[in-house]
Design a protein around this ligand. Structure first.
Ligand code: URA
Length: 229
């Protein structure tokens, strides 16, 4: 290539000519602005949950357990609710179920910090009881908002509470696990996968074989969709 031609190309690169021939205005800060939007929306949602009143879960818990991981991740995972350790640390899945969850994710080459994790209820139910239907319904409004903000390509629901929060009480997790389903939230369709909760697997280790099938299914979808994690 002639010297003059190389110089011309260097010059065009340096003036970002693609913008000159584009009608849209240059917005060099777009990426940052989007992130600020997400962070602000998450803070606002957390504040909204903190201001909840007359909630037995909140009354007896030490901390709000809001979310953990990468809010920009294309993969979002939803559990049931915080246990004792989660309540103490204010972070989801840090107890025994969390240890198993980390192993399950590692088995399909996912680092927990690269996905986003939350629960249906954000305060620990007394004595780790399952949240009541009224509580699931109350918090599912926040969960839906949480999902809209994170905007994942894949939404993984672990256990019956997470399934009930989005699909109602009619379904049985033992029948629905291993299935991809669509859910519409604020006019957007999310691809959702149902699987067993790690705490259930700790109680019923013979069910781990089904969970392994589910994990492989999730990995396959991630690869098919070319999701970067
Ligand atoms: N079980 C859950 O569903 N969530 C947690 O954060 C911990 C245990």
């Amino acid at each position: 290539m002639a010297n003059k031609e190389i110089l011309n190309q260097e010059f065009l690169k340096s003036i970002e000519s693609q913008y000159i021939f584009d009608n849209a205005p240059i917005n060099r800060f777009r990426k940052n602005k989007e992130n600020v939007g997400t962070d602000k929306k998450l803070i606002d949602l957390k504040d909204k949950i903190k201001s909840i009143e007359d909630c037995e879960l909140k009354k007896f818990s030490k901390n709000i357990v809001f979310g953990d991981g990468n809010p920009k991740s294309r993969i979002m995972l939803v559990g049931e609710g915080p246990g004792e350790k989660e309540d103490m640390e204010g972070k989801p899945f840090v107890g025994d179920a969390g240890v198993l969850l980390n192993k399950m994710l590692n088995a399909i080459k996912i680092k927990r910090e690269n996905i986003y994790i939350t629960n249906v209820v954000n305060y620990r139910p007394p004595n780790n009881r399952k949240p009541e239907i009224s509580e699931i319904n109350r918090y599912s409004i926040f969960l839906r908002e949480h999902i809209s903000i994170i905007n994942p390509k894949i939404l993984i629901l672990m256990g019956s509470t997470a399934m009930e929060a989005l699909f109602g009480q009619k379904l049985k997790i033992s029948k629905e696990r291993g299935k991809w389903k669509e859910i519409i939230i604020s006019q957007k369709t999310f691809m959702t996968f149902l699987t067993f909760h790690p705490a259930y697997l700790l109680r019923q280790p013979d069910q781990k074989k089904f969970s392994w099938e589910d994990l492989k299914n999730i990995r396959k979808k991630i690869d098919e969709l070319k999701i970067k994690i």
